[in-house]
Write a new protein. Structure first.
Length: 439
């Protein structure tokens, strides 16, 4: 389907940010591993999070939607896969990465698979790190990608992993570590990208009763020979149980970036509720980015106010800890005056798409002048009308719709925003930007 602008009225107002996708995934998985009954409030029910719900149910958790909360009777870590059929995770890379480690806690084999896009995600680093912990996995296509067979058994011990490909590999091991036989010491080798996502994992693990220990220190072993010394993060997680709890999911800064950018590009004022000042989400940096580009930002305890005259200026920005903002910032740059340099996002090449490549190619279709680099891009403001393709990437569809504020734009395969922000059209409409899907 094609996503395009239906109408633009007075831009501004008040809207609630959608629940965090990252926290929703983690809450479902941890509640499913816990002993007892949890109630999860303000859950995000998107295509991705529904994949996490399905796999947790398949491994023994009892999950029921009751009014305004999701009730989960946990397994206490005693997972059971009652079917020999592969578990379909659709397009959810987060579910695949987090559950590859968790599935080893099952009493029998588990096969995780998904759609064609999911089967392109590299998993070899995680599989190798798990092998050192006594977890046997097998890529059934022999290419270190899904479908992946996970055999039962999770001894624990020591392992290491590079931190520059996906923070979800690190979160996957941390989440499963308390239920291993020996506990886990995990060494994250340089460079450690997207640290805030791991901090989110540690935060919610504590909410469910687990106390991981993190030690940050200088170490000379396990580094490239050319490096005389390097910093390594060590996470030590003792064997322990998750405990059920009632948990409320906070608002999502990644999804809110589109609501905030709407005001920044067009001009106007808005209040976005359910965005917490003390959030551990790395994508909270969107507030600093918009402020540097010329918007006025007011941070409340549980809301953000933004005002803009619509005249944005170029900046230099390192998104190494917030790769999910790449496409949003690229669109902001295309609508700003001057040349914006985006760096630190080489790991964005292994998301739903190669986000550096697809973003550059689609901006070029609109006449944008840019230079692509291995870890980012330089974008000179100036973009026109045209038709672009989402490539099945929810973030590209949502970010590129913002160009419709000032130019005619159509996005094919535009319906994919359901992956992370099912109410995207309705939320944008509350701020005066009406979008529609047409055949």
């Amino acid at each position: 389907m094609i996503l395009k602008v239906k109408n633009i009225s007075e831009i501004g107002g008040t809207v609630k940010a959608p629940p965090s996708k990252s926290y929703s995934h983690r809450a479902v998985i941890l509640a499913s591993l816990a002993k007892g009954k949890s109630k999860l409030y303000d859950m995000l029910y998107s295509e991705d999070t529904l994949s996490s719900i399905r796999v947790c149910e398949a491994l023994g958790a009892q999950i029921t939607k009751n009014g305004d909360y999701l009730e989960i009777v946990g397994t206490g870590g005693n997972l059971h896969n009652s079917s020999s059929e592969p578990i379909d995770l659709a397009n959810s890379g987060t579910t695949l990465r987090l559950m590859t480690s968790v599935a080893a806690l099952s009493d029998n084999e588990v096969i995780l698979t998904g759609d064609d896009s999911l089967k392109t995600r590299p998993m070899g680093l995680l599989m190798g790190a798990l092998y050192s912990l006594g977890v046997e996995t097998e890529s059934l296509n022999d290419n270190d990608k899904a479908p992946i067979l996970i055999k039962p058994g999770y001894l624990g011990g020591e392992t290491n992993i590079y931190g520059n490909v996906s923070s979800q590999f690190i979160s996957s091991i941390l989440i499963s570590a308390p239920l291993s036989e020996l506990g886990v010491s995990l060494y994250v080798l340089p460079e450690f990208k997207s640290k805030p996502y791991v901090n989110m994992t540690l935060d919610i693990m504590r909410k469910f009763g687990v106390r991981p220990i993190k030690i940050y220190y200088l170490k000379h072993d396990n580094c490239d020979k050319e490096v005389k010394s390097c910093k390594i993060d060590e996470f030590k997680v003792m064997k322990q149980d998750y405990v059920a709890c009632d948990y409320t999911v906070e608002g999502d800064y990644s999804s809110a970036s589109y609501l905030l950018s709407l005001i920044a590009i067009n001009g106007g004022k808005a209040k976005i509720k359910n965005l917490f000042r003390d959030s551990k989400q790395g994508d909270k940096v969107i507030l600093d980015i918009l402020q540097q580009m010329g918007a006025t930002i007011v941070r409340g305890d549980d809301y953000v106010e933004i005002a803009s005259n619509g005249n944005l200026k170029a900046i230099d920005v390192d998104l190494s800890n917030a790769p999910d903002l790449l496409i949003t910032v690229a669109v902001l740059a295309a609508m700003a005056e001057g040349t914006t340099n985006i760096t630190g996002v080489a790991h964005a090449r292994v998301k739903e798409t190669d986000r550096i490549d697809t973003t550059c190619r689609e901006l070029e279709k609109l006449g944008c002048k840019l230079t692509e680099y291995e870890d980012g891009m330089s974008i000179t403001g100036g973009v026109g009308s045209g038709v672009v393709d989402s490539h099945g990437d929810h973030r590209l569809a949502m970010a590129f719709s913002l160009i419709g504020l000032k130019h005619d734009i159509q996005i094919t395969n535009g319906e994919v925003f359901d992956v992370s922000f099912p109410n995207f059209i309705e939320s944008m409409s509350e701020l005066g930007f009406e979008l529609e899907l047409v055949e």
